[in-house]
Each structure stands twice: as C-alpha cells, then as structure tokens.
Design a protein around this ligand. Sequence first.
Ligand code: FUB
Length: 366
Amino acid sequence: MKNLLTYLPACCALLMLASCGNSTETTESTATVPATDSTAKYLSQPLISDHYTADPSAHVFEGKIYIYPSHDVESDVPQDDLGAHFNMMDYHVYSMDSPDGEITDHGKVLGAEDIPWAKRQLWAPDAAEKDGKYYLYFPAKDEKDIFKIGVAVGDSPIGPFTAQPQPIKGSYSIDPSVFGDSDGTYYMYFGGIWGGQLQKYRNNKFEDKGSAPTDGLPADDQPALGPIIAKMSDDMLQFAESPKEIKILDENGSPILNGDNARRFFEAAWIHKYKGTYYLSYSTGDTHFIAYATGDNPYGPFTYQGVVLNPVEGWTNHHSIVEVKGKWFIYYHDTQLSGKTHLRNIKVAELTHLEDGSIQPITPVE
Ligand code: FUB
C-alpha cells in the first residue's frame, strides 16, 4: 500500500499527461496538469510534460535557444543519499525560439549504449559550440561505479552525437558545464559532493575514505570543497591543464567553511559573464539554494554574493543562466508534475541583474 501511495502522484500526472493527447515532439510551455500541491503558487510552469527532464543547460546557438537536460526516468533502483535512484540512461535535446515560446523535443541524441565506457547514471550534461562543431559533455558511472566525464561530438546543436571511446583524461565527479570566454578560451567547471563523489578526491587524486555521503568531506570548521575548473584543449576533447579547485570566499575574504551549508558549494556549477564580471552560480545541495559568487577571472577566487534561486519543490536545485536578445533567463527544474525527487520537470524564468551588479533573488514557488 505504501508503495502504491508513493507512486500515486506520478501515476496521476502521467495519466493526465497521456490525456493531453498524443505526446508529440512539441510541447506547449504552458502546463496542462495541476500542481501536486494544489495550494502552491508556481512562478513558472513545466516546459515539458510528456516525460521528465532536469538539470537544464541552456545556450543560444545559431540564434536559437537549445536546452540540454537530464532525462529523468523511473527505475527499480531504491532511493539512497548517494542518488542511486537518479538512474538516467539517455539524453534528449530541446529548442525554443524564445523563452516564452513553444519547445521542440528533438528526440534522443545519445544513450548509455552509445558510450563505450559508461555503465549507468547519465547525470547533468552541458554543450558547447566551437568552429561549427557541437560538443555534448556528460557525467556517467563507469564499470567500477566511478563518475567520469565524457564528450560526444556532432555537426549540429541537435546531434547526432558520437561519443569518444574513453572519458576525458583526468576527469572525475559530475555536473560538467563548459564556458566559452570572450577571448575564445573554453573552460570546464565540474564537481559535486555526496553522490557526485567530489569528496573522494584531493588534488585530482582518488582517495576513497568511505561510502557514506559525507565521508571524505572536510571538517565543518575547514574550507569547503570548491568546484573544479580546467581549460579545454583546442579540439575540445581533453583538458589542456591539470584541473584546479576554485576558492569561494566570504565577505571578509575567508574561505566559506564546510559547515556553512547555506553557502558552501555542493554541485551544479555554472558560469556567466555580465559586464566583465564572472558569476559562478551553484547549488548548495542540502539547503537547496542556487547561490552565486563573483570574480574577475574564470579561475576565481569568487566572493559569495547571495541567492539566485530560492529552493524549488523537490530536493535538488540545478540551473543554467543564459542571455537571450539582451535579457537574462534562468532555466531550472522542480518536481511539480510528479512530486518525486528524481522525476523532475524543467522550467524557465527571467533573471534580473540590478544596477549594482547583484542578482535579484527569484522565488520559484510560494
Ligand atoms: O540529475 C542528477 C543530479 O541531480 C545532477 O547531476 C545534480 O546536479 C542534481 O540535480
């Protein structure tokens, strides 16, 4: 009975989705299903409602918005604190002419079966364009259940993408995001703690200190782990340097500490550049914020500034920030359609930089 009740919201959502008609490749940006919490007031409605999507990385390529999310699926893997139930096996690509327009599902562009080294858990991806080629970056667990980051190459933003036979040399952990700076240099930011395994590494070396989510984390009065950055090689297929840890500092110039859960880095690093300043935004994980810190170069250090996105419905919070025709938007996800942490739906909202360069915090649900 308990199982049935647990699955009921998702089943209802799916039944209602089915009744929305033949779930075509194109979906209206206005959801036609009711909220799982009928009293909740959502800032935005799900962009996709015929399957589950999360961790949306949005970019403008060739004048159009392309979105590269995770493809959430139900699976028989039991829930745990390492996120084993996030057992995704493929990626779709979506496009929109404008953030308030229709969204087009371009279908599956890469699956675990196409990636020689990947076994399971295809988590949050990102994409980049260079010289007319498109690169889809993704984390996945290998045969030994260790997260690595791979890349697949295509000739168009919607693929098809062909995976490289091996993961990027020296890559580890999850949540790659690739930022192309105005001087033509590309950098990958990556890393995530707990199930994302970042706490198992120091100075790029694997040091397994146990299997609990917090084993390997610094003590609470020590600097928190930061996201990792590496410059990409000219061919975008490898790191051009040894990855480095990014420092996130507080207002006094001291490192944010591991015990400062409301401000320390957890996962989902994303960079955008606004008026010459680099904005590093990231999820604080168990406190569920998208926070941001600013710096004057891609490597940081970055100084904590505040919250971009308050907690969404669901446990995870993961976003991207993109400029579209002079306006800024945040793509994010919540669990409005399913009520389940691992079955999410992507959304979009406008983001405002205030006169002083700070970001006006967004509240996704009230
Ligand atoms: O989607 C799986 C994981 O959940 C992502 O990699 C994390 O950022 C979190 O959103």
